[in-house]
Design a protein around this ligand. Sequence first.
Ligand code: SF4
Length: 339
Amino acid sequence: MKAFLGVDVGSVSTNIVALGPEGKVLHQQYIRTNGQPLECIKKGLTQLKIGNPGLEIIGVGTTGSGRQLAGIVLGADIVKNEITAHASAVIQNYPDVRTIFEIGGQDSKVILLRDQMVTDFAMNTVCAAGTGSFLDHQAERLKIPIEQFGDLALSSTENIRIAGRCTVFAESDMIAKQQYGFSKADIIKGLCEALIRNYLTNLCRGKVLEPPYVFQGGVAANKGIVAALEKELQHEVIIPQYFNVMGAIGAALLAEDYIKKTGFQTRFAGFNTADLQFVPKTFNCNGCPNVCEVIQVDLNGRPIARWGDKCGKWANAIVSEPCPDREALDVREQQKVLA
Ligand code: SF4
């Protein structure tokens, strides 16, 4: 069977999706990145091949913070930022949606759409208080498996408020509430509501949030968080079937769109790319006060890709047509594709 491959390499997970005819998900994987994106890509490709004998990849798209690396390793036809990829996946499945909430393990996003175009977005990659790691940390502290968080939160009958401005405040407030005698269920419900308050107050500040709403990312599996979000919004939210791999689905859809529009053959490096030895390294450029951190990938001792240099000085030495502002280009391209 022919399929388009989408790969989303993030700091927490590496997600791999194969889309068949009419956008049907043939295969999906959610792999913990654990600081080893190359190993995850190789593992994912091997699993994809084993689980789908005879699968022919006819287009590849990559996204996520490790999208350039994944793009080089896989021979991607298209490399896109997370906003574009997530928006594309949602538009394909829910064309009327106007607001996308995305909360992952270590980052979160909000994307506003009007008439299937991205009109605004915000990303948080710095503060843990509005992400899944906040809940993970508190689950560990309370000695409750994170998988039980949602059901426990829903069983609470009390409304208690936990200070969620940052993990330090939340922790001391939780200890105080425990000492007052509140149950773990009440405290967990309070934590879920604190996370959502933090997310809406900080990331969505000043944005006009309009339904229909889609909520995705790994944290969307937590029923307590979904309930807290719906309570704050006073409106139901849609949880997509493949809520934790939407970035990879979007990357695959963008690859399909690109291949169909251009008529190009895919540059997919093949399943054997899993056997090649790619070596990533990093160095700082002291050519000007920007002191860019440049990422370089070597194959057989030879540099095959570089990025991270704001002026293109290092990427130019390898790539013939570098873009000095890749993110801006991505957004312009996305708007053209969706137009
Ligand atoms: S890569 Fe370019 S912009 Fe970055 S520090 Fe070097 S000279 Fe400056």
